[in-house]
Design a protein around this ligand. Sequence first.
Ligand code: TUI
Length: 310
Amino acid sequence: MNQIAKLLGTKYPLIQGGMANIADHRLASAVSNAGGLGLIASAADDKETVREKIRKCKELTSKPFGVNIMLMSPNADQIAEVVIEEHVKVVTTGAGNPGKYMEKWKEAGIIVIPVIASTALAKRMERAGADAIIAEGQEAGGHIGELTTMALIPQVVDQVKIPVIAAGGIGDYRGVLAAFALGAKGIQVGTALLVADECPIHQNYKDMVLRAKDSDTIVTGRETGTPVRVLKNPMAREYVLLSQKGVSREELERLTLGSLKRAVFDGDIETGSFMAGQIAGLVDRPLPVEDIIESLFEGVVAYKKELEIL
Ligand code: TUI
């Protein structure tokens, strides 16, 4: 049996990306009910909102699910306690080093899976007691590191003994097969789930993903040290233009303030930040979560036979 599916208690070795503002109890429970590991994102929430979403998720699924903690959130310390109080089974982290929480989480019996973007942090997380790691390449949407999935995964796999879950750029069964060929034991998927029927975002956001081509994402914030991949729109273009002109960090931050919420809740095509990964061009129809997950794994065996590498 697959190591990650066994660790998580899921049918598939698949984790849903912890998408800020997007992944609430509705998406997380749908992913868990479909045989993956659903995640409640907490980046944009205070601790009581996270607690509420955890409790609602428990009502919507009897399957395992987790919580993603974005470490740049001002509420990270408090949310790190809430996951213990609410007996959450799995915690993933992003955008930082969760070292200071690891001991407490492990004592509480939580399965801890940090997202990392380099071998250095992967090794530190293994030493700190992580059960697995998610290695995320810069094809991913949202906040990203430097390396591509293709380069990152095999290097991380060679440097740690714990299982590695690949993230960034996985949009269909070919991506799944590639991730496993690189040594991953599981996958994390975000962008491919944005258009799911159960994904509670504005229809304009879904339409932008459905219409996107391969070259329709852009990275904002490289200059300020927080690179974020988003779909190209007037807001993203303006951001890149202003940062090339060398305007102050404050001015750039004023532009992005509240922009993810404007995308997710208002569908504001002009001024929203529509975070999405480079595989957006592969996503061409809305489907139930269950169909998206099944189609990721369905073609793998047949396709592997077809490859004729030698
Ligand atoms: O965290 C993500 N993706 C995200 S978080 C997010 S919310 C946000 N909104 C506005 C601005 C910034 C964030 C949207 N998307 N993915 C996981 C991830 N973690 N990608 C890269 C990293 C990472 C980078 C550096 C993890 C650790 C790290 O190391 C820092 C250290 O201290 O060593």
